[in-house]
Design a protein around this ligand. Sequence first.
Ligand code: NAD
Length: 479
Amino acid sequence: MAINFKGLYIGGQWVNTASHFDDLNPADGAVWATVPDATMTETVMAIRAAHDGFKAWAALPFQERSNYMLKVASVIERRKNDLVEALRHEGGGWIGKGMFEAGYVPEVFHAAAASNYAAIGEILPSENNKFSLAVRRPMGVITCISPWNFPALLTARGIAFALAAGNAVVLKPSEETPYTGGLFFAEVFEEAGVPAGVLNVITCSRSRVQAIGDELIDHPAIKGITFTGSTAVGRVIAARAGAHLKKACVELGGKDALIICEDADLDRAVKAANFGSFMHQGQICMSVEKVLVHEKILDRFLPAFIERAKALKVGDPSRDPASIIGPLINDKQAARVKEQIEDAVAKGAKIALGGGVNGRFVEPTILLNVTRDMLVYRDETFGPVVPVIPFSTDEQAIAIANDTEYGLAAYFYSRDIGRIWRVAEGLEYGMVGINEGIISNAAAPFGGVKSSGLGREGSKYGIEDFLEIKYLCLGGLNK
Ligand code: NAD
């Protein structure tokens, strides 16, 4: 029987709605839960509740806000298994992905709690008998709009630092993962005893997203927006926020490259290619979307890569924990991945492994002879499909890696320290993993360049998006 959640979470209360929408298990399309479908009325209520909660929250001693973040972390730690189960059913994820994500989320709240203990201002050069300071202050109500692929982690990254800094938040998770990206946090914040109005969660169906999303930017009480999702939607949100002169941190899509030099530790590089290309069916913004291999080692790399990928079992992870490659999140995404495979084959690509698409399930697929005119070379795939492209010089590898509108994360493997520096500097990306596959750390600034977004999340750099700088000048000190 489908789960029925308590309601929207507004001003510390559970608020029922007139209508609900279905939250599907992507593996079989069955209704896993029914979820409140918010209207404009509840959206405005949530914004007002956040506005009302802000002042008292911002006025708390910073240690108290940090303590609440630590309480939130410990409730999530205690409820780890609930979150893993929900991620498997609502998100179609492998159990290992759920364990990783549910383990990482408390760490984000730990990092946010710790961020309050770092300096937040500076003493500026001051003229005689004056004392000039730059201080940082919370902004007010922040909107967080989060995606479905790592719903709990990316919601946590969006809200934790903003809240710790003294802002209140209205959270709107993806309609594909309204529980793991939204209402789960409402339950946790209620249990942790975080004051009413600090976190407000509204969920809505696809047909209401645009109108509610607009209000979550336009309303005068909203002072900043943190968005994680596609580049197409992120552009619209950043432009709308810009028209109001509101700050927007937008974490968007990627076409991330992994470069494997001929002096690489091949075993580790193969593991990174496998994990990066196929983990969560390639539905990670930092997924490896192009593997560039030095031509001298291609004949050793390719069979090893194929062998590993072949071993990944495709199936329903909500029923069979041994299934590593689960379904893509919805039919639209499966159709897009299928189109990319067909387009590549029609234009001369060779399938070295996989290629099969069965409903929302896509086999791990490795493509050869991929050229610039193919969709799979240019567009984000967000599926378990990856081209392997040979190169002969570092300059060529860097040029291919940079030949994209995106710039989120790139990775490369080499043992040569000079080369490491040159290649890392040449890559036009916000994040670079050196002898490391997918990189992420709650204390690091997460974000991309070019069409991968604006701003950073996490760490002291990420907090800047949720704080205003105020210049104070204290005079009359000679009297
Ligand atoms: P999406 O852009 O379709 O949706 C993201 C969120 O925006 C959802 O909550 C959705 O309901 C909301 N939304 C959609 N249209 C809106 C509108 N007009 N106004 C306001 N809100 C709106 O993205 P998605 O399909 O959920 O996520 C996949 C994409 O996210 C991929 O492109 C992926 O690369 C990217 N992503 C980026 C990062 C990162 O940190 N850079 C992380 C994860 C995912």
